[in-house]
Design a protein around this ligand. Structure first.
Ligand SMILES: [Zn+2]
Length: 333
């Protein structure tokens, strides 16, 4: 079997190679690169690209990926795992969801909204880093973009059925999602950007598992990510062994992502039911209280459904101004 070559890195069969996929250059000449670990197997097989910390606050995906890399024996592997451990190094560095404002470009890009393949090679630094990740997607047979919600959430995996170009890609994506072992939620109507959009647009099955407790390297959530990635490697024929059940039993149903709930008053968010609780249309999901202790708004479910997480937008605090998206919801078809 020939060496696996990617972006100037070369991995022999059975070799683990660590480096950067590519770089952008800052004003002072420092280079910012996208870190990668290639775990190359001893037999041919799939090329699974897994990205983490595309949102810089969601670092437990990085933790799960690093544990998976360290636990994967390349001599037992068919194909290779391409672990992009920090998808957005700008955001990761400063603990920010988006890229920070990088003077004088503005930037402040959400890497999930960045085109990766084809990339915006004339764009600002974050958009150019997206193109660096795109180079890995070009050689992938499968990809996974690991994200994470703030602590008050259920674990789930977002898939995109309407973005699959054919039945084969659809079936492979659904196989990956089932193997990962979280509740599966379809998310129609999204753009062909980010890892998943760029992959599916080119017929590469892909999905977005969402762990819990974004900022924290808590053992149980890290483990669920490691179980998920390893299960997918088993399901697509990279590793031998049985699928391992996740600690949280996945919800059964044909679910899809619905609207977010919005606060129309500023104040403190009091969450009325744990995430994943079935709520009927009109049930109060969140009470808003002002800083004088008065209940000023009941934020109600506009349909029968569920909240998967409660966040103050991307600020992760339960104190929010009016006009904040405070919960993500999903429904059953
Ligand atoms: Zn995210």
């Amino acid at each position: 079997m020939a060496n696996f070559e990617l972006a100037g890195l070369s991995a022999a069969p059975g070799e683990v190679v660590k480096g950067h996929l590519g770089h952008v250059t800052l004003a002072d000449g420092n280079k910012v690169g996208v870190p990668v670990v290639i775990v190359n197997g001893v037999e041919d097989g799939p090329t699974l690209v897994v990205t983490a910390s595309i949102h810089g606050t969601e670092i437990n995906g990085t933790g799960a990926l690093l544990k998976t890399v360290n636990a994967t024996d390349p001599t037992q592997l068919k194909g290779r795992l391409v672990a992009i451990t920090v998808g957005n190094p700008f955001a990761f560095q400063v603990g920010s969801y988006f890229s920070p404002v990088i003077a004088p470009t503005g930037d402040g890009i959400n890497m999930s909204s960045a085109p990766m393949w084809p990339a915006d090679s004339g764009g600002t630094v974050t958009l150019r880093l997206a193109g660096v990740i795109g180079e890995a997607i070009k050689v992938a047979t499968h990809s996974i973009d690991v994200h994470s919600n703030p602590p008050d959430a259920i674990p789930f995996t977002l898939i995109r059925r309407d973005a699959c170009p054919d039945e084969t890609v659809l079936a492979e994506m659904e196989k990956m999602a089932e193997a990962w072992g979280f509740t599966v939620i379809d998310s129609p109507g999204r753009s062909a950007t980010g890892v998943v959009g760029s992959s599916l647009a080119h017929g590469i099955p892909s999905m977005t598992p969402e762990l819990i407790a974004d900022f924290f390297l808590w053992e149980d959530n890290i483990n669920s990510g490691q179980i998920g990635i390893t299960n997918v490697m088993k399901a697509i024929g990279m590793l031998e062994g049985d699928i391992v059940a996740q600690a949280t039993t996945p919800m059964q149903g044909d679910f899809y992502m619905a609207d977010r709930l919005t606060s129309h008053k500023g104040g403190l968010m009091w969450i009325k039911h744990p995430p994943g609780t079935f709520l009927r249309e009109g049930d109060v999901a969140v009470d808003m209280m002002d800083v004088w202790g008065d209940l000023i708004e009941e934020v109600k479910m506009p349909y029968d459904g569920y909240c998967w997480s409660f966040t103050g937008g991307v600020g992760y605090t339960q104190v929010v101004p009016e006009g904040t998206q405070i919960a993500f919801t999903f429904r059953e078809r």
